[in-house]
Design a protein around this ligand. Structure first.
Ligand code: HEM
Length: 488
């Protein structure tokens, strides 16, 4: 019976192949247009964001974790979904719906209504780890005041002493490594340098034993920021909270020591905060605010700057022309200075090609892959409907690799920054009220590092493996980028 049905079907198809083709074509058109129309709002705007929300709560969390725990890195999860669903897609992670905003218009809209339509998502463990007075956690009004009071020491003019200090530190450390003649993990070097430079600038701490103790505690605090907030011994959260308590105690003693000693003995960030002691409350930070933000600055500044330093070397290794051009600019700066003299802010301002190398490194490395926000009310972004409570991530990586914005986006080409960038197309430091506070410090650290490296040495990258570190939210090479220095 089945066989005769099949035979009949075959003969029907054979006899009516034109008709069948027409039916298939009509069906294809129908499916295509109904898919397009489903995303069209009455006013002609696209509104329905495609994507797979999966099971309630779980959604695609396991796929995300699996990408995060692979050597391709967590952005692989996003890349795959863009292939499946298109530029705009939604997903569900850890019980929340996430949309990754891939356009400059979308980024503009979210950045421009930070705190009004969108806010940073509050995670309990983050507040517990860095403190409720941290810039990362405080509500709008407090954020404005704290940010205003923190900003001055990070302005370009205030950083002149930092330039000289970090230059001297880098110069000595590189000489030592070159003399040793051995391969070393550049990432370890840049983590240590960024950390030590920051602690010197913030609190004038230079003793190596103390620095390593503080660094260990800061790492534990940082690891606790996205952990489950249960105070169970052995967990990341527990370790982070204990480390925070030690750090707060240390900062408290430091502040008390400064208050009881000679106030003018140090010219660092902490002193500039304490010099405001006699001002009215709205013009100064209280001790809890100073301490939480000291910790925030160290955590926000170390891993980011160190990763960017590492990527600059990796990218320059792959583009010898850019490396030579940068070297020539830096040697020219040296030729005009008395031998052995440390760099100044004026020298930094002469590094126009160096700055393009820094920018191109930041464009390609995307140290912070996306910037997370939560929608405070229903809204539309770039024509796409967003519901209150959805997580909206400004996808800096997608924008920085968009071929319509950057020609040959996979090429490391610092000269592309000869031209002015379109608004919101270059956002490694974010934008708006939450723009990175350490933007100048990060750029200066990278420029001084590139100066010392290229004007003093050539290097070989001793492991070309492009794999990324597992379980890291900041992309870094798993190898730590081992290099060997040779004096020029
Ligand atoms: C290459 C290095 C760095 C990169 C790529 C970077 C990137 C960023 C980005 C994108 C944001 C905004 C995130 C958002 O909008 O959600 C941010 C915020 C912040 N960064 Fe950086 N950063 C770097 C270095 C530093 C340094 C050296 C410091 C401090 C010394 C620092 C301190 C901060 C602080 C305190 C915030 C929070 C600002 C606020 O919420 O008002 N960053 N950073």
């Amino acid at each position: 019976m089945i066989r005769s049905l099949g035979d009949n079907l075959v003969s029907l198809v054979k006899g009516n192949s034109d008709l069948l083709l027409a039916v298939l074509a009509a069906l294809g058109f129908y499916l295509y247009f109904s898919y397009k129309l489903k995303g069209a709002a009455p006013d002609g705007h696209k509104c329905r964001i495609p994507g797979n929300l999966g099971l309630p709560f779980i959604g695609e969390t396991f796929s995300f974790l699996s990408a995060t725990n692979s050597t391709r890195g967590c952005y692989d999860f996003i890349k795959l979904r863009r292939l499946w669903h298109g530029k705009w897609f939604k997903t569900r992670l850890f019980g929340k719906i996430h949309v990754f905003v891939p356009t400059t218009d979308g980024a503009k809209q979210v950045f421009s209504s930070d705190f009004v339509q969108f806010n940073k998502g509050y995670v309990k463990s983050m507040g517990d780890a860095v403190g409720k007075n941290s810039l990362l956690c405080v509500p709008h009004e407090n954020h404005k005041r704290i940010r205003r009071l923190l900003s001055d020491p990070f302005s370009m003019n205030s950083l002149s002493k930092f330039v000289t200090k970090i230059d001297t530190m880098l110069s000595e450390r590189m000489k030592e490594l070159e003399r040793g003649g051995k391969s070393f993990a550049l990432l370890d070097f840049s983590m240590k340098t960024a950390f030590d430079g920051m602690c010197d600038m913030l609190m004038s701490i230079t003793d190596d034993t103390t620095l390593r103790e503080i660094e260990r505690d800061c790492t534990d605090v940082s690891n606790a920021m996205l952990s489950l907030p249960f105070m169970i011994p052995g967990t990341r959260y527990y370790k982070g909270i204990k480390a925070r308590q030690r750090l707060m105690e240390r900062f408290r003693k430091l502040i008390a020591g400064r208050r009881s000693g000679n106030r003018n003995s140090r010219k660092d960030f902490l002193q500039s905060m304490l010099d405001r002691d006699l001002l009215p409350p709205e013009e100064k930070l209280d001790d809890a605010e100073i301490m939480d933000n000291l910790l925030t600055l160290i955590i926000a500044g170390q891993t980011t700057t160190a990763a960017a330093m590492m990527w600059s070397v990796k990218f320059l290794d792959g583009n010898r022309e850019a490396q030579e051009r940068l070297r020539e600019e830096q040697l020219e700066i040296n030729r005009k200075k008395p031998e052995g003299e440390a760099l100044t802010l004026e020298d930094i301002n002469k590094m126009s090609y160096g700055l393009k190398v820094v920018k191109e490194t930041l464009r390609m490395s995307n140290v912070l892959l996306w910037f997370p926000r939560v929608a405070l009310k229903d809204c539309t972004i770039d024509g796409h409907k967003i519901k209150e409570g959805w997580h909206v991530n400004i996808d800096a990586t997608c924008i920085h690799y968009d071929p319509d914005i950057y020609k040959d986006p996979l090429q490391f080409n610092p000269s592309r920054f000869d031209e002015m960038q379109k608004p919101f197309s270059f956002i490694p430091f974010g934008y708006g009220p939450r723009t990175c506070l350490g933007i100048n410090m990060a750029k200066v650290t990278m420029l001084v590092f590139l100066h010392r490296l290229t004007s003093g040495y050539r290097w070989t990258v001793d492991d070309q493996d492009p794999s990324l570190e597992k379980a890291a939210h900041i992309p870094r090479l798993r190898s730590g980028c081992p290099i060997t220095l040779r004096s020029l």
